[in-house]
Structures are given as structure tokens and as C-alpha cells.
Design a protein around this ligand. Structure first.
Ligand SMILES: [Fe+2]
Length: 194
């Protein structure tokens, strides 16, 4: 585009479409942000947060899948409960991702990238029995909780109190509460006669 055409385009209201450029920050790197933490501490926290972020995105997906595929006598309450948990996990996803950005990192976002990194087992593409769906969700919760406890301790050791707080106050507390709600559905108790 010559200079005249370039200038004409700047002064028009034509959107600049189909723009492509170089990647300006690689995944797994941090920029220098003045938040009082070393680059090493921020890089470490971003790595741990991105693992939790990937696994939480998979957990969110599992919740929606099982919300849709629920069946049986307790369909309605489980359909609603799993969607409530999905919504809470979705909020966590945003908080964790924005913590990575706050530390100067790059939050994992594309689901194909998430699939490469997650440690949560892949479910069958079809439907399972409701108790198996709930067990699968509980296993995903426990995997995230084990990782989160370790990440919370180690990020605190590096001085990253904000990341420690997010992991403890949001990831761990939400995960533990949701695991309780799921586990109580797996108690084999009579419906009508004791
Ligand atoms: Fe729905």
C-alpha cells in the first residue's frame, strides 16, 4: 500500500481486517511487572497457575458434559447442581487466568493447548451411568486439590502471597465444597424406608 492510500485508510472508517503478526510474548515467559516479586517467583507461580487453569478448564467442561448427559430419577437436581458448580468453576477460570496476567505471564486459553497440558483423565465421548459421572468429577476435583495444596505452599515460600491466597481462598475452598456436595450423592441411602 503506498503512502497516500495508507493515509486515506487511516482517515476512513474502514476497519483494518485480516491482520496477522508475530507472536509478541511466548507462552511460559513473564514480562517485567513492578509488583514487588522477582521474575523467578512470578515465572514459577505462572507455571503452577497454568496447570491449575488447564485442569480447571477441563473440570468445567466435564461439569457441562455431565449437566447435559445426566439421566435417571435424580435428573433434575443433579442437572441443576452440576450447572451451578460449572458456573463457579468458570469464575475460577477467569480469576486464575487474570492472576497469570497480573504476574506478567501468558494464561493458557485455547482448548487444544489445554488438552495438551491437563492431567485430568479423558472421559468417554458417550454417556456413563450417573454414579460414574459423579465419581469422575470427584477424581478431577481431588487431582486439582492435591496439586493446589502443593502449589499454594510453594508459591508462598517464594513470597507470592497473592497467588497463595487465590489458590487457598478460591481454588481449594470452592473445590472442597463442591467435592462434599458430589460425595454426598454417592452415599447408598434408602429413598423411602429406613
Ligand atoms: Fe444448561
Amino acid at each position: 500500500m503506498n503512502k497516500q492510500a495508507h493515509s486515506a485508510k487511516i482517515h476512513s472508517s474502514q476497519p483494518w481486517l485480516h491482520q496477522h503478526g508475530a507472536e509478541v510474548q511466548k507462552f511460559g515467559t513473564v514480562r517485567q511487572f513492578p509488583v514487588g516479586l522477582s521474575a523467578e517467583a512470578r515465572l514459577y507461580s505462572c507455571e503452577r497457575l497454568n496447570q491449575i487453569l488447564a485442569d480447571t478448564q477441563i473440570l468445567y467442561g466435564l461439569y457441562k458434559k455431565h449437566h447435559w448427559l445426566m439421566r435417571g430419577a435424580t435428573f433434575y437436581q443433579l442437572h441443576l447442581l452440576l450447572d451451578k458448580h460449572a458456573g463457579e468453576q468458570n469464575e475460577l477460570i477467569d480469576s486464575i487466568a487474570e492472576r497469570v496476567q497480573t504476574l506478567g505471564g501468558v494464561a493458557i486459553g485455547d482448548p487444544r493447548h489445554v488438552a495438551e497440558i491437563t492431567r485430568i483423565a479423558r472421559p468417554p465421548n458417550g454417556a456413563e451411568e450417573p454414579p460414574a459421572m459423579l465419581s469422575r468429577l470427584l477424581e478431577a476435583h481431588e487431582a486439582i486439590l492435591i496439586d493446589a495444596h502443593d502449589a499454594a505452599r510453594r508459591t508462598a515460600e517464594q513470597g507470592d502471597d497473592g497467588t497463595n491466597d487465590l489458590i487457598v481462598s478460591d481454588v481449594i475452598r470452592t473445590g472442597e465444597l463442591q467435592a462434599w456436595f458430589l460425595a454426598e450423592h454417592l452415599v447408598d441411602t434408602p429413598l423411602v424406608r429406613a
